[in-house]
Design a protein around this ligand. Structure first.
Ligand code: AMP
Length: 270
């Protein structure tokens, strides 16, 4: 495994490579990331993983400051699963060039996280534009765990570059909880609560297929979960998985949720 700490190293390392698979991450590598890397290794000749906590996608300074970091452990895991390259750029490496055109989301895309985290996806699109331009991957592997991110990036990157975005399924632990770097900020009780909420939502998904009034059941569940679990739910919506429009029927839909346990914001979709 080769560690690339600047753009010169990156250019030299990738110069002769073809069929590059790219897995962008913000580090604190977990089994969700590992599954993306495994997919990339299966489908591409070389795999490059980036570890970069992108300041531009944080709409809250404290959230950025407290974002979990674990480089030593990350490198150990990445080495173990035989990653070819790890790219760990500095902020200057990534944001050296000034943007010619500001990134703006379409009005219809300002839903879910885009509505509640102002500037977040503009920051994600900006960094992914830069990383794709630097790495020029054939395929980029991203998780359905961040479904809206996958949806927006697929449109943006595939329009501008030859790179294909490959969506990969959400990896969950034995309790159903989706692996997430932010889980390391939760204590044992909070983890148990997050798992309980997840189980509740997995079973709600099944119940929704059996009722006529989907909207009513969603509303009732929203109220029940807020009360029973004492959580602040930011959004809880059923949307079409192809275009992210709000829907009232279960066909081709997903439940999207963002909620807080204490001050930790968790998202998932079912
Ligand atoms: P992050 O490091 O949180 O920015 O995530 C990097 C990539 O890993 C993104 O494409 C995420 O969607 C993906 N990812 C995060 N958690 C999971 C998971 N539990 N299962 C599959 N992919 C995931």
């Amino acid at each position: 495994m080769k560690i690339l700490r600047n753009n010169l190293d990156l250019n030299v390392a990738l110069k002769k490579e073809q069929n590059i698979g790219f897995v962008p991450t913000m580090g604190s590598i977990h089994k969700g990331h590992e599954s993306l890397i495994k997919q990339s290794k299966k489908k591409c000749k070389v795999t490059i993983v980036s570890i970069f906590i992108n300041p531009k996608q944080f709409n809250n300074k404290n959230d950025y400051r407290n974002y979990p970091k674990n480089l030593k452990k990350d490198l150990k895991i990445l080495h173990k699963i035989k990653t070819d390259f790890v790219y760990i750029p500095t902020i200057t490496d990534v944001f050296r060039k000034k943007r010619k055109q500001k990134i703006n989301l379409n009005k219809k895309d300002i839903v879910l996280c885009a509505k509640f985290r102002k500037g977040h996806f503009e920051g994600v699109l900006d960094v992914m534009d830069r990383l794709t331009n630097l790495i020029k991957p054939n395929k980029i592997f991203m998780g359905e765990k961040d479904f809206q991110q996958l949806f927006l990036l697929k449109k943006f990157i595939e329009k501008k570059y030859k790179s294909k975005i490959i969506g990969c399924k959400t990896i969950r632990d034995k309790n159903g909880l989706a692996y997430s770097s932010r889980n390391s900020l939760l204590n044992d009780n909070q983890l148990k609560l997050a798992a309980k909420i997840t189980r509740n939502l997995l079973s709600l998904r099944k119940s929704l297929t059996k009722v006529n009034d989907v909207k009513k059941l969603m509303n009732n569940e929203y109220k029940r979960m807020s009360k029973e679990f004492h959580i602040k739910i930011e959004y809880f919506e059923l949307r079409n998985k192809k275009n992210l429009r709000k829907v009232k029927e279960i066909k081709n839909s997903k439940i999207f949720i963002a909620y807080y346990i204490n001050k930790i914001r968790l998202i998932d979709n079912f």
